[in-house]
Design a protein around this ligand. Structure first.
Ligand SMILES: C[S@@+](CC[C@H](N)C(=O)[O-])C[C@H]1O[C@@H](n2cnc3c(N)ncnc32)[C@H](O)[C@@H]1O
Length: 241
């Protein structure tokens, strides 16, 4: 089976968007100020960001640890942010690394003890085609606003029998592309492209990236799927027949 050509590159967050994200991460160390932060979508709607900021900057919780149980072998955390999953992998003595385009997030993640690359996942990454698991947690399926291109890129990073473990939005969300920005009273960053993918759109989105949903599960109020390469899934079918 032919693999698709190299995944198309999607636009990176501008420095204006990254600076605002850095300010929001700064606020997360002060539980009160995290609640001053919101995401704004271009339709004008504003969504609170405080709880997410606090979770991203806290140690891994039970659901995170369970998620990592679904990620065997060497794990690459794409868009690792402040790095709680990478730190948890290190704590467990597992092989893992993060990659993130935000210098502020990378500084925090490195201080937390995990190996983290400061770059876009669309740039060359060590171990391409050899990672056992690539994880897209916390809505990171939205990175770049093109989930198919993102998953295709993650498909390039995993080993032939590897998997992409992705956090999804609840059923009924579908696949939505949006321009968003981070803001606080009197301050906002640049717009950037983002996306939401619900469990109901998981199969079609994976298929467009030559991946197959091998498992879909819910843990509390969070939803996840494990995606494998089409060839790996076809191999399993051959074995089963
Ligand atoms: C939802 S937030 C991070 C949540 C993160 N999983 C955590 O535990 O904090 C999305 C992250 O993706 C990163 N990001 C956005 N575009 C990226 C890209 N092209 N390559 C790598 N990281 C990217 C952002 O800098 C940000 O840290």
């Amino acid at each position: 089976m032919n693999r698709p050509g190299p995944a198309p590159r999607t636009p990176a967050m501008t420095s204006g968007a990254l600076d605002t994200y850095a300010a929001a991460l700064d606020a997360a160390v002060d539980p009160g100020s995290a609640d001053d932060w919101f995401t704004r979508t271009q339709d004008g709607a504003r969504h609170p960001l405080g709880a997410d900021l606090r979770r991203w900057c806290a140690p891994a919780d039970r659901v995170d640890r369970e998620l990592l149980q679904h990620c065997p072998g060497a794990v690459l955390d794409v868009g690792c942010g402040p790095g709680r999953l990478v730190a948890e992998l290190a704590r467990q003595g597992r092989h893992g690394a993060g990659v993130d385009s935000s210098a502020a997030a990378v500084d925090i993640a490195r201080a937390a003890g995990g190996p983290v690359l400061h770059r876009s996942l669309f740039d060359p990454v060590p171990g391409e085609g050899r990672w056992d698991s690539v994880v897209l947690a916390d809505g990171n399926i939205g990175i770049g606003g093109d989930p198919v291109a993102l998953l295709a890129r993650c498909g390039e990073l995993i080993a032939p029998d590897g998997r992409v473990v992705v956090e999804l939005s609840p059923p009924g969300t579908g696949r939505r592309i949006a321009r968003v920005r981070l803001e606080r009273d009197g301050l906002h960053g640049d717009w950037f492209d983002w996306a939401l993918v619900g469990t109901d759109a998981a199969h079609e989105t994976a298929a467009a990236a030559d991946l197959v949903v091998a498992e879909l599960w819910r843990d509390g109020d969070r939803w996840f799927a494990s995606l494998v390469r089409l060839e790996a899934a076809a191999g399993d079918l051959d074995l089963a027949s």
